[in-house]
Design a protein around this ligand. Structure first.
Ligand code: TXA
Ligand code: MG
Length: 321
């Protein structure tokens, strides 16, 4: 399973040559390219099928990298970085000259994150530069939380996949924009809003409106092939029965205790928000592996990691383009 020192050395060589390395983080697997090499970054976009207008996160080895990749870093950013890095938090800051245009879609800002995974840390330290990395899946589909998911999605287009086992957090990093006057939550994720607000000492602004700055903001992201339908715990069984009667192949993300009609398949999603987050993307993939046409889901309470789980389920259920 776990990548060795020799694998890390090979990965560094691949990155230096402008190649692509998929690597584990605590959130999801990333598809990494040398953040200073525009050609490598463009190749990463092509492999992912990602439109050039969507910026990617630059992963750096430690808090000390902040001033190399960002300018005018506000005190709040230093506070959050100190409190949560390494960890599932991405800070949007004014970019430094070191950041290539290809990674930021030409925006004057850059997303920075120090991941909390021993293999990511070893890779970043050995590489010595920034690694631009989106989640290592095809654009719009479900993010990978195992090395096998990466191989299934991207196959031989990736030069090297570092295996670090299943991701601990399971949903992407929380994104906070600190490049403007207000600290704004752009995407809920692995660090809870409550924890961020505790450190900041005030509420975060919420991203609203449709000024799409992050593809995570698009409806129909994180979607399996099965149609995802949101329902309530009270209506789960009757909704499942109605869809079965229409001839659908029905499954539900459910607890062991939820009652489902005969013929509906149960994909267990644990009750606690942390465990649900860790299982969520594998569960969405399982719906497709089982050949379901409809997947029912209920939203968890939107506290702690529940906010991120509910966000991803809403997007999975969103209109498809
Ligand atoms: O946990 C994560 O964040 C994972 C791991 C690999 O680090 N990465 C990830 O990357 O989720 P991706 O590309 O799937 O999502 C990154 C999000 C996108 O929604 C992108 O638009 C946003 O970050 N983003 C990146 N740079 C930005 C910027 N300068 N301004 C606003 N949003 C930005
Ligand atoms: Mg993604």
């Amino acid at each position: 399973m776990t990548a060795t020192a020799a694998d890390i050395a090979r990965a560094v060589a691949v990155l230096r040559e402008g190649g692509l390395v998929a690597f584990p983080t605590e959130t999801v697997y990333g598809l990494g390219a040398d953040a200073s090499n525009a050609t490598a970054v463009r190749r990463m976009y092509a492999v992912k099928g990602r439109p050039a207008g969507h910026p990617v996160i630059v992963h750096v080895p430690s808090v000390d990298s902040l001033d190399a990749w960002a300018t005018d870093v506000p005190e709040d950013a230093r506070k959050l970085a100190k409190a949560f890095w390494p960890g599932p938090l991405t800070l949007i800051l004014k970019r430094s000259a070191r950041v290539v245009d290809a990674a930021t879609a030409g925006l004057p800002t850059v997303g920075l994150r120090v991941p909390d995974h021993p293999i990511a840390t070893a890779l970043l330290e050995a590489f010595g530069g920034g690694i631009a990395a989106p989640s290592a899946n095809r654009f719009g589909s479900v993010s990978p939380t195992t090395a096998a998911h990466v191989v299934a999605d991207l196959g031989p287009a990736v030069d090297l996949v570092l295996d670090g086992g299943p991701c601990r957090v399971g949903v992407e990093s929380t994104i906070v924009d600190l490049s403007g006057a207000e600290a704004t939550l752009l995407r809920p994720g692995g660090v809870s809003r409550e924890a961020l607000e505790d450190v900041l000492g005030r509420p975060l602004h919420r991203h609203d409106g449709q000024a799409v700055r992050a593809p995570g903001m698009l409806a129909s992201h994180y979607a399996p092939r099965a149609r995802v339908v949101l329902t309530s715990p009270a209506e789960l069984a009757t909704t499942a029965a109605a869809l079965l009667a229409e001839g659908e192949r029905v499954g539900a993300l459910a607890t062991d205790d939820d009652v489902l009609p005969e013929g509906a398949e149960r994909i267990v999603l644990p009750v606690t928000a942390e465990e649900a987050a860790a299982r969520l993307y594998a569960a969405l993939r399982e719906a497709d592996e089982r050949g379901l046409t409809v997947l029912l889901a209920t939203l968890p309470p939107e506290q702690g990691l529940g906010l991120a789980v509910a966000d991803r389920l809403r997007r999975a259920a969103g209109p498809r383009t």
